[in-house]
Design a protein around this ligand. Sequence first.
Ligand SMILES: *Cc1c(COP(=O)(O)O)cnc(C)c1O
Length: 380
Amino acid sequence: MRFNTRLLHDGQPADPLTGAVNTPVYLTSTFRQAAPNRHQGFVYGRTGNPTRAVLETALARLEGGATGLAFSSGLGALATLLESVPSGQRIVAVDDVYGGTWRLFEHHRRQFGLRVDYVDMTDLGKLESALATPADMVYLESPTNPLLKLVDIRRAIRLARRAGATVTVDNTFATPALQNPLELGADIVLHSTTKYLGGHSDIIGGALVLRRPKDGERFAWLQNAVGAVPSPFDCFLVLRGIHTLGVRMRAHGESARAVADALEGHRRVRRVLYPGLRSHPQYALARRQMRGFGGMVSVELHGGKRAALRFLKALRIFTLAESLGGVESLVDHPATMTHASVPKAEREAHGVTDGLLRLSCGIEDPDDLADDVRQALRGI
Ligand SMILES: *Cc1c(COP(=O)(O)O)cnc(C)c1O
């Protein structure tokens, strides 16, 4: 089956009990046992739930892994992942990580002696140098948030393997519709299902997908031990989101293209960051590595924070809000919102300046979105 068919059918049979076409929401915290430890596969809702089980199988199939595990948030998934890293180990992370990821890494560094080094992985020479010192895990996002930098995942994995490090890829921005890191050799994929997989800005959720069955068992144990699990209803909503992932990602891509074209070359605009633009430093890699360019566009305006705030205020369709990946268009000012937890000097050194805005292009009419950014640029 091809991807768009699998979104609806792979690992999602009709309910075996009733034939319900949609996976029922099993709102129960516990399950009857015929005798002690004699049960039908489910014991207690933290350990497992039938609605969650269908979602977890679907996630594993879509990413091409052995095991999918659902969590109560993307950071819940990351916190559980970090529980598997003994103190004193070393992670080499991409420098432009999600702000909350950075915050949790820093917490583990101070609290538990985790060693973390941040590397600009657009230059794989820098990754190679960083891996000259022993490392246990390479952690990367591609495209990154909010600068939309791409990492050559296949080559990064090769370098990590040679150094004896495992590889985790946060695939939130691309989604399995556009790239499958496990098929390129990554060990673990992480998702904030809050974003494109849920797709409707109505839940908070996360996921880990493990390539190897052995890791699957280890992380299922940790999922139950830590307990950052999603509600059955949230699992249902993510499943419903997954059904339309293919058509949504295509529409998000068309919107982002229209918005990027409207911004590029405008006199108020310093630079537009979109992997689908020829001007993007890794345009060739994006074409090779991804099956589309995604729905995220970042733009740096001339005039710093003042210009950015005026532009925000003038937008009519894009809503000012954190988060991304929903059907409606959102705009974010990373410096004061999603990335405010990263100190200013560190932020600016990486290129997250006060004039930078991140646009999550929704599935509205692309021409309306392009018109909206054009009129807002006039309003600066
Ligand atoms: C939002 C996000 C996260 C964190 O996920 P939550 O669901 O908000 O906890 C992690 N990585 C990326 C790339 C994100 O965009």
